[in-house]
Ligand binder design. Structure first.
Ligand SMILES: Cc1cc2nc3c(=O)[nH]c(=O)nc-3n(C[C@H](O)[C@H](O)[C@H](O)COP(=O)(O)OP(=O)(O)OC[C@H]3O[C@@H](n4cnc5c(N)ncnc54)[C@H](O)[C@@H]3O)c2cc1C
Length: 333
């Protein structure tokens, strides 16, 4: 039985950790934030909850679908309202409806991990990986040793992964490959609005020239409007998010609210509450070949959305593939 560290508790880290635990290895998941889920993220606002990263899960029947659907929960919501683009009204997405979790996607992430008996070590940002007798030694940003592991899976977004991989001689090639994967940032504006009539859609996607790339209505996820106030989450486009990333919240709102008003109506002018969340690494602008990052026999594996552009299901599967790579390496040694 090997002792393996998984760095990051987002979708891909969860896929890797679960696969390794199921193969009877001991797994320690290190997560730099105070909670799990990574960009699959929700937060409480007053008496309600909003998903302020990935809006919902578009599943396609793979391992993540299987995992999500096997959770004993009435909290799983298949969103019945359409998602569409701006312009000639909203038309339905083709394919299966997106899935949401009523208490928020962070809670879903917690369940996926706890269901496999995994309790991540939170608020632990791994900053260094060193060769050590018997494996790879990890250290955190405070300079504390976090143990020696037989193998490590790195699931952080490419810029963070590259920095970390560069600290270990066996991680240099992957660090170089990942080093120039840029990520589009996302400014997310969440607001509570008094909507006289609920929109007949869950979400609207912007086109390439629009200021907003997404506007979603959280009540479509089976969450009640509290005192009639409907939570709405809007994403500024990658271009505008980049331009406004460092400006004040007031300036972000000056740009965002009139755009949101065009979609949901004038109640966006005076929201009951409003919040701005900044994601520096929201979505990768390129990918790197999984096999090139993870040569056979490697004990240092990389997964995450820098290895696939095919959505949440594929990101989760990249974690499973990283775990399978390690299992093959153990079997061959
Ligand atoms: C606003 C927004 C909208 C999105 N919309 C969509 C969409 O519509 N469709 C879609 O397919 N995808 C979308 N995405 C992207 C999707 O959320 C990601 O592709 C997916 O969640 C990535 O999972 P991951 O495991 O690769 O990375 P993450 O979820 O980023 O997980 C990596 C984890 O590693 C942790 N970490 C990083 N460095 C360290 C370290 N040194 N030590 C310890 N922990 C560390 C991070 O805190 C994080 O929790 C969106 C993302 C955002 C932010």
């Amino acid at each position: 039985m090997a002792h393996i560290a998984v760095i990051g508790a987002g979708l891909s880290g969860m896929g890797a950790a679960r696969r390794l635990v199921r193969a009877d290895h001991t797994v320690t998941v290190f997560e730099k934030s105070r909670g799990v889920g990574g960009r699959m993220a929700s937060r409480r606002v007053g008496d309600t909850v909003i998903d302020h990263g990935l809006p919902a899960l578009w599943l396609d029947g793979g391992a993540l679908s299987e995992r999500v659907r096997s959770l004993p929960s009435q909290a799983l919501v298949e969103i019945s309202l359409p998602v569409g683009g701006r312009g000639e009204g909203v038309t339905c997405d083709s394919g299966a409806p997106p899935v949401a979790y009523r208490p928020g996607l962070t809670t879903l992430a917690k369940m996926i991990l706890s269901d496999a008996g995994i309790s991540p070590v939170l608020s632990a940002r791994i900053a260094i990986m060193r060769p050590a007798s018997g494996g790879i030694e990890l250290g955190d940003e405070q300079g504390n040793g976090r143990g020696v592991f037989d193998a490590v899976v790195v699931s952080a977004p490419a810029p963070q992964a590259a920095e970390l991989l560069a600290t270990h001689p066996d991680g240099q090639a992957a660090a170089t490959l990942l080093g120039d994967v840029s990520y589009a940032p996302a400014l997310v504006v969440a607001l509570g609005v008094d909507l006289p009539a609920r929109p007949p859609w869950f979400g609207v996607r912007g086109g390439p020239d629009d200021a907003l790339s997404w506007v979603g209505v959280e009540t479509a996820k089976g969450r009640e409007a509290v005192d009639g106030i409907v939570p709405v989450v809007a994403h500024l486009s990658p271009r505008i998010s980049r331009d406004l990333y460092d400006v004040s919240e007031d300036t972000v709102l000056e740009v965002a609210l009139p755009e949101i008003e065009e979609i949901i109506g004038e109640s966006a002018r005076e929201p009951e509450w409003v919040q701005v969340k900044r994601w520096r690494f929201a979505r990768p602008e390129g990918t790197r070949d999984f096999a090139a990052l993870n040569p056979p026999g490697s004990r240092l594996m990389v997964c995450g959305d820098a290895t696939t552009a095919d959505g949440a299901e594929a990101v989760y599967a990249s974690g499973i593939a990283a775990a399978n790579g390690l299992l093959a390496a153990f079997a061959g040694s």
